[in-house]
Write a protein that binds this ligand. Structure first.
Ligand code: COA
Length: 331
């Protein structure tokens, strides 16, 4: 397949992580778990947890500042602001409107996209569409996740996996040189919604005393089934995105996968035909920050020089919905 001409390119990235580090040893004090179990089953050593008064919009806005600065764009220049989040600060209005107000992106159309851990890829793809339609020249794509607010801290099966953080990217029309998003493959399957979900708190099970007493507003997960689906879906999405970009697996300089579990990352990379020395991993430091994991990893990989001008990057994610997807990007 011929390499397509990109429409939009990433001109800036940013990240923000709360300072507070919670190690596996810290969790041992409140949960029937162990550092050894968590490390061997997930690869996670520690995660960042935001203080009570630090909201998701703040995490996202701080990440966005770095991305805008690198792109040389003022907040007032942003045409479209999309926030991906599984942890909106409030049900109304959107977290994107709060980020807009914090940053002063006064002329932007701002809205949230809810696609769980795949949210950043969904949001990038929507921003690319706005640029393709000539409706935007500067798109700010933000991921803002305060997972600690929706995790059941008494459930060892989920509490050890997640962390808080924000990531961001600025997308602009491609200036040429073949740089930008070359391909994407996004998919969903609502039939498997109950593998990872929050049963209560929405219109179907409004807030009530019994909902709170039973913790139905908190995250529930079938870990084993999620694991199997994640590997299969992410490997397949990588393969499709790589092919649509006109590449083979050997053309990929760096794979930036969603950081949920090191075993999922290793299995995905293996099936996708990308060796682990070309895979970016930071799940050990942050755990799963839902949609913020991909932009945070992307930004760190650039800072470490693992993504440079001309690098062929594939990013891939998977999450509740189910949702999944991959993108091939030439930087
Ligand atoms: N500490 C100690 N023991 C734990 C534990 C913890 N934090 N969590 C679970 N266990 C126990 C279980 O209770 C079970 O004990 P039992 O055999 O006595 O019943 C045992 O460990 C094995 O549990 P199991 O769920 O089969 O483990 P697993 O190997 O499947 O690993 C996950 C569990 C959650 C790490 C793994 O399934 C996973 O990573 N799934 C994907 C989750 C994910 O990434 N979700 C987000 C997607 S975006």
């Amino acid at each position: 397949m011929k390499t397509p001409t990109p429409i939009a390119e990433i001109t800036g990235t940013g990240r923000f992580l709360p300072e507070n580090v919670v190690t596996n040893l810290d969790l041992e004090r409140s949960l029937d778990t162990s550092d050894e179990w968590i490390r061997t089953r997930t690869g996670i050593h520690e995660r960042r947890i935001a203080p009570d008064d630090m909201c998701a919009a703040y995490l996202g806005a701080e990440a966005a500042r770095g991305a805008l600065e690198e792109a040389g764009a003022d907040p007032g220049d942003v045409d479209i602001l999309i926030v991906s989040t599984a942890t909106p600060d409030r049900w109304l209005p959107s977290t994107a409107c709060d980020v807009q107000a914090i940053l002063g992106c006064d002329k932007a159309v701002a809205f949230d996209v809810m696609a769980a851990c795949t949210g950043h890829l969904y949001a990038l793809s929507m921003a690319e569409g706005y640029i393709a339609a000539g409706r935007a020249r500067i798109a700010l794509v933000v991921a803002a996740e305060k997972m600690s607010a929706i995790v059941d801290w008494t459930d060892r099966k989920t509490a050890v996996l997640f962390g808080d953080g924000g990531g961001a990217a600025v997308l602009q029309p491609s200036k040429g040189f073949g740089r930008g998003i070359l391909s994407s493959h996004l998919q969903s399957d609502g039939n498997l919604a109950n593998l990872l979900y929050r049963p209560g708190g929405g219109a179907i099970d409004p807030i009530s005393q019994s909902m709170l007493d039973e913790g139905r507003h908190l995250l529930r997960m079938n870990g084993r089934e999620i694991f199997k689906n994640a590997v299969r879906s992410m490997a397949e999405a990588c393969e499709i995105a790589i092919k649509k970009a006109g590449w083979g697996a050997e053309d990929v300089d760096l794979l930036v996968p969603h950081q949920a579990n090191i075993r999922i990352i290793e299995a995905t990379a293996k099936y996708a035909g990308v060796p682990m020395d070309k895979v970016f991993v930071n799940v050990d430091k942050y755990g799963n920050m839902s949609s913020a994991t991909v932009p945070v990893a992307f930004d760190e990989a650039r800072e470490q020089g693992r993504i440079r001008e001309g690098s062929n990057v594939v990013t891939v994610a998977f999450g509740a919905g189910l949702t999944w997807g991959a993108m091939a990007i030439r930087m």
